[in-house]
Design a protein around this ligand. Structure first.
Ligand SMILES: *Cc1c(COP(=O)(O)O)cnc(C)c1O
Length: 392
């Protein structure tokens, strides 16, 4: 095996923060950085900021936040394949979106919330913060997501969860209608963590859909999140929870909440981000197509439908088990950043090690070989060719 060359950048296996990657570091090797988020430039935000100067409204669901929610709801609605009328509220971030969606769902008892171990760690923190104990279950090998069949098995094994959090795998679509049927037959409420899937929502029902508007997601505010549902009363309750449970303009607190709002400055970035979204999608679709082309005929795959049916900010290769270590050593040697974005599953993190769970054979089989590779606007065809020549 090749020795890791010390001059070829840090091993990035979940250790370094992707959040710090930014333009200041863009250099000739930018193409080999695993992610470079692009948010609107100062001049694209300026006209919205000028409005703040006029209104002197800086937060508390001001005019820019309201406009953002309205435009955001329209862009969600445009992409649906089954008609629905989405209601939207912004929240401080994607983790809080899940936390509040669980709390607002009026769950029966304080108990377990079933969720996949294979997700970003935020999902598990949100469940704990909402007052529940996660119960980790496995995912489907093909789609990397929790399925109704896996959830039904856990119920048959005796689990009585207060709710289930279904996670979109790295932004991939989720079969929401099948979870509507699941909820109506089992009575177990379902909340969707579709944090990275803002452009891949095909249907909106009553079950809340939680979105992250973090800089590393497709529609970035820097920090931010949203909850979407066809149930406007539910969305309204969550919005009240973001602001101390105050009802409408009254200063009476009628729900347990806190301060989980976005500022007007963040909403300004969001409005500019919406205007840049179709350009961003087109560039990333083009990069994904080149990757898929280079990978065709090899034994390395990507998530199903990635680049053809849907797109997100991270691209994951599913490497053949027996070559994972060798390929990663080669990446390190050539200074190509990579990440196990979701590590080996939540159950392997020390905070969650004692959390109850079912057997997780698929998670154990897929997590270690699902590897994020450089995917962003600055990765060139030459970069992609080099990356793919290593994995092929
Ligand atoms: C990004 C992400 C979150 C957390 O969103 P934040 O806005 O960073 O709090 C939660 N779940 C998944 C699957 C994510 O990808």
């Amino acid at each position: 095996m090749d020795k890791v060359h010390p001059g070829n950048g840090p091993r990035t296996d979940g250790v370094d923060s992707p959040y710090k990657v930014g333009a200041a570091q863009i250099s000739s090797s930018a193409g080999f950085q695993v992610m470079i988020p692009v948010l609107p430039r100062a001049n694209e935000i300026a006209s919205f900021i000028n409005e703040i100067d006029q209104t002197h409204i800086y937060s508390n669901n001001g005019p820019l936040n309201q406009r953002f929610c309205h435009e955001f709801a329209s862009l969600i609605e445009e992409r649906l394949t089954r008609p629905a009328t989405p209601s939207v509220t912004t929240v401080a971030n994607g983790t809080v979106a899940i936390d509040l969606a669980l709390r607002a769902s009026g769950l029966r008892e304080r108990a377990h919330v079933m969720m996949p171990s294979y997700t970003f760690i935020a999902t598990a923190h949100a469940v704990l913060n909402a007052g529940y104990t996660p119960y980790f279950v496995d995912v489907d090998e093909e789609t990397l997501t929790l399925t109704p069949a896996i959830a039904e098995q856990a119920l048959q094994d005796g689990l009585k969860p207060a709710a289930i959090v279904v996670v979109s795998p790295f932004g991939g679509p989720v079969d929401i209608p099948s979870w509507e049927i699941f909820e109506s037959t089992t009575g177990v409420p379902v909340v969707f963590d579709m944090a990275a899937a803002v452009t891949n929502i095909r249907y909106v029902g009553r079950q809340p859909i939680c979105i992250s508007l973090h800089a590393t997601k497709m529609l970035g505010l820097g920090e931010g999140g949203a909850v979407i549902s066809s149930d406007s009363a539910l969305v309204n309750r969550i919005q009240m929870m973001t602001s101390f449970g105050f009802e409408g303009g009254r200063r009476e607190s009628v729900l347990q909440g806190g301060n989980f709002r976005v500022s007007e400055y963040a909403a300004a970035v969001g409005l500019a981000s919406i205007r840049d979204l179709s350009r961003k999608i087109a560039v990333l679709e083009d990069r994904a197509a080149f990757y898929n082309d280079q990978l065709s005929g090899t034994d390395v795959t990507t998530q199903c439908g990635f680049g053809s049916d849907w797109i997100a900010m991270s691209m994951n290769l599913i490497l053949p088990s027996n070559r994972v270590e060798r390929i990663l050593a080669q990446f390190d040697y050539r200074g190509i950043q990579w990440r196990r974005w979701w590590s080996y599953g939540c159950h392997t993190h020390s905070v969650f090690r004692s959390v109850p769970r079912s057997e997780l054979p698929i998670t154990e089989r897929v997590a270690f070989r699902t590897i994020g590779v450089p995917f962003h606007e600055f990765v060139t065809n030459e970069d992609i060719k080099e990356i793919c020549s290593i994995v092929a």
